[in-house]
Design a protein around this ligand. Structure first.
Ligand SMILES: Cc1ncc(COP(=O)(O)O)c(C=O)c1O
Length: 381
């Protein structure tokens, strides 16, 4: 049998990883400024993470949500404390798309309404309703066209205020738009959304799947603003590679039995991974590191020739280039052994390194991108 061939792949096979580094089968070493799609938060194979998962699987790896699981309570307590939402409720699932599907469903259950407002360039996943919420026609099948998603321009308060009314179940936005190339919400935009939601009884849903878990230099990127969402969706950095996602749910939303459900969500192993991530983030002060080292990275990038614009917060950084990001990315990988990310904007390079990356490691990248940019600019002139 062959795999369903949907991804363009580099001809490199990582077989070992530690911290911000990967090794291929020939022992060649690569620096990881992409974190496998913003997933690696505490660094590859962190010893505390490995220990927790090993010990857990030796005891019990899985049982269904039909039994008592104090490990879920431990995760919820720690997450509540570290995120600043101790009074919220946690529903656990397995991926970002699933977290958003549950968020949309919950907004609809809670309000009795059907419509969800989303924004241009947004990405919310590839499953049924959330793929319709994702601004990419190519990945939407005819069955995904429910007509319940209203897409509005980003950072356009007037367009939002014209549409928000009593038919809207929820409004969803990314804490920082990721895949489209790192775009921040304006202060007045996010605050108008929050006010509009309150006024018309719609739920504010913050998709923090990419921008959450410390990446922005705060636990959640929306915490740079004075807003308190009704639902926050999370995944990626939450498990440092172990598939786990979830939503934080405001105390005003009351559950009833069977309202949301899952077989695998919140299993023992996933919780062990999630707890290890939170413990390491706390012990190693990784949210602060993301902030300070991210500032360093952005200020050093600003000194480079050939960078048109830099956007981001913490370790979620978009670099606009006058040349195609694709060739810069390939040269960084093939000539300098550095993984970086693309975005749906052909000229934007995306950086999403582990939150414990060091200044020395970033300096290696800065030296390499300087060289690659001067070569690329010489070719294009
Ligand atoms: C902001 C955002 N939301 C949702 C998703 C979907 O997450 P998953 O791929 O885990 O389903 C992603 C994935 O890249 C994302 O970046």
């Amino acid at each position: 049998m062959k795999n369903f061939d949907v991804y363009p792949r580099y001809d490199i096979e990582p077989v070992k990883a530690r911290g911000s580094w990967l090794w291929d089968e020939n022992g060649e070493k690569y620096l990881d400024l992409y974190g496998g799609h913003a997933v690696i938060s505490i660094g590859h194979s962190h010893p505390e993470y490995v220990r927790r998962i090993k010990e857990q699987v030796e005891q019990i790896g899985f049982y269904s949500n039909s039994v008592k699981m104090s490990i879920q309570d431990e995760l919820a307590t720690k997450l509540g404390e570290q995120s600043g939402y101790p009074d919220y409720q946690l529903f656990l699932c397995n991926s970002g798309a699933e977290a958003n599907e549950n968020a949309f469903k919950l907004a609809s259950f809670h309000t009795g309404r059907k419509k969800i407002i989303v924004f241009e360039r947004g990405f919310h996943g590839r499953t049924s309703l959330v793929v319709e919420a994702t601004d990419n026609k190519k990945i939407q099948a005819p069955i995904n066209d429910t007509g319940n998603i209203l897409r509005l321009p980003w950072n356009d308060v007037k367009a939002f205020e014209e549409v928000i009314d009593e038919s809207i179940a929820g409004v969803v936005l990314e804490g920082i738009q990721g895949i489209s190339g790192i775009y921040l919400p304006d202060d007045h935009f996010i605050s108008a959304i929050s006010k509009g939601c309150k006024k018309h009884g719609a739920l504010l849903i913050l998709d923090e799947i990419q921008s959450g878990y410390g990446r922005s230099g705060k636990f959640f990127a929306h915490q740079y603003y004075d807003v308190r969402p009704d639902i926050i969706s999370m995944a990626k950095g939450m498990g440092n590679g172990f598939p786990i996602g979830g939503i934080l749910i405001s105390p005003e939303i009351e559950p009833w039995a069977g309202m949301l459900g899952t077989t695998f969500g919140g299993n023992h192993l996933a919780c062990a991974a999630g707890i290890a991530v939170l413990d390491v983030i706390k012990k190693e002060k990784l949210v602060d590191n993301a902030k300070t080292i991210g500032q360093y990275l952005m200020s050093e990038l600003g000194k480079l020739n050939g960078v048109s614009e830099i956007r981001g917060r913490g370790l979620m950084v978009g670099i606009d280039l006058p040349v195609e990001a694709k060739s810069v990315r390939s040269k960084l990988l093939l000539d300098h052994h550095i993984f970086t990310g693309s975005s749906s904007n052909a000229h934007t390079l995306r950086l999403l390194p582990p939150l414990n990356i060091t200044r020395e490691e970033l300096d290696i990248f800065l030296g390499s991108i300087k060289k690659v940019l001067s070569e690329e600019l010489a070719i294009s002139n």
